[in-house]
Design a protein around this ligand. Structure first.
Ligand code: NAP
Length: 282
């Protein structure tokens, strides 16, 4: 039987509707600052979506389109100002940044309670200690999509392909926290199929089109494709969707899977950041 398609767009839409409903009755609105440096076309698309979502959800949104050659000092100054603004609860600096800017330094300058991306060492460290303030939106999206299938994570063999600090590692940690037995594969993994073939849950975040073929997937597995690749003007994931769906139990499409869900999680994180700001101001 072909896999059930996990409709990330539909699930994300209902989450956004819920947020919108909550925000409607709020006196103070959640505030999100979106900072973009330069004119990377992919980043522009992502930031446009985030701006659209936040406005639709009824958030207060400030967008900063900064020149490609902005100095590190000026960018850090802006982040510091946003950290201090009471009407801004979440600060997001779109990555990647131009080469002359130190991404780590800039990301780390965001106040932890405003770190809606969950990329600062403190946010990631807290995730490691099972004391999460804000988990990275894409990892949260992957977990939510797995849970949307009704399949229990506890006790399952989960394999995560990719070990970036913003997707692979936090997803692996969250699966571990939910009591899966977790294996992380990466570019130096030998015979990756031996691991993926045993996965009840397979999350792929490598940025390599068609990395995961039908032969590498266990029958009935939940397959979450995080990858976004542009091939011949078309967006595709890391999984050979058409073939893998013949063996998987559940699978996310690209587009329409993890992407929209990540954006919904970002809005949830911003709402949470506003709630946190009340605690921090006490
Ligand atoms: P990244 O920082 O480039 O990390 C890629 C990871 O994949 C690395 O750990 C790398 O291993 C591993 N890898 C690369 N080639 C591999 C191979 N042939 N076999 C096994 N592992 C391999 O990328 P990222 O930021 O985590 O993003 C991953 C993908 O997700 C990208 O396509 C990105 O566009 C997409 N993404 C989607 C969303 C969304 O909302 N849908 C959000 C974020 C990212 P090494 O560590 O050994 O180099």
């Amino acid at each position: 039987m072909p896999a059930k398609i996990i409709d990330g767009s539909k699930i994300a839409k209902s989450i956004l509707e819920e947020i919108k409903h909550k925000v409607k009755n709020m006196k103070q609105k959640p505030g999100l600052a979106l900072v973009m440096v330069g004119s990377n076309p992919a980043s522009e698309v992502y930031v446009n979506f985030k701006e659209k979502d936040s406005k639709e959800a009824g958030f207060y949104c400030e967008r900063y389109n900064l020149k490609e050659d902005i100095s590190e000092m000026d960018l850090l100054k802006l982040v510091t100002e946003l950290n201090q603004k009471p009407e801004i609860h979440g600060v997001l600096v779109q990555l990647p940044l131009p080469k002359h800017l130190d991404e780590k330094l800039v990301t780390n300058s965001i106040l932890p309670q405003k770190d809606v991306d969950g990329f600062t060492p403190l946010s990631l460290g807290r995730l490691l200690c099972e004391d999460t303030i804000m988990a990275p939106a894409t990892a949260r999206a992957a977990i939510n999509l797995i849970e949307s299938t009704g399949i229990k994570i506890e006790g399952k063999n989960a394999v995560v392909v990719g070990r970036s600090n913003i997707v692979g590692k936090p997803t692996a940690l969250m699966l571990l926290e939910k009591n899966a037995t977790v294996t992380v594969c990466h570019s130096k993994t030998k015979n990756m199929a031996e691991f993926t073939k045993k996965a009840d849950i397979l999350v792929v975040a490598a940025g390599r089109p068609n990395l995961i073929t039908k032969e590498m997937v266990k029958e009935g597995a939940v397959v979450i494709d995080v990858g976004i690749n542009r091939v011949g003007g078309k967006l595709v994931g890391d999984v050979d969707f058409e073939k893998v769906k013949e063996v998987a139990g559940f699978i996310t499409p690209v587009p329409g899977g993890v992407g929209p869900m990540t954006r919904a999680m970002l809005m949830e994180n911003t709402l949470k950041a506003m709630e946190l700001s009340k605690k921090f101001s006490k």
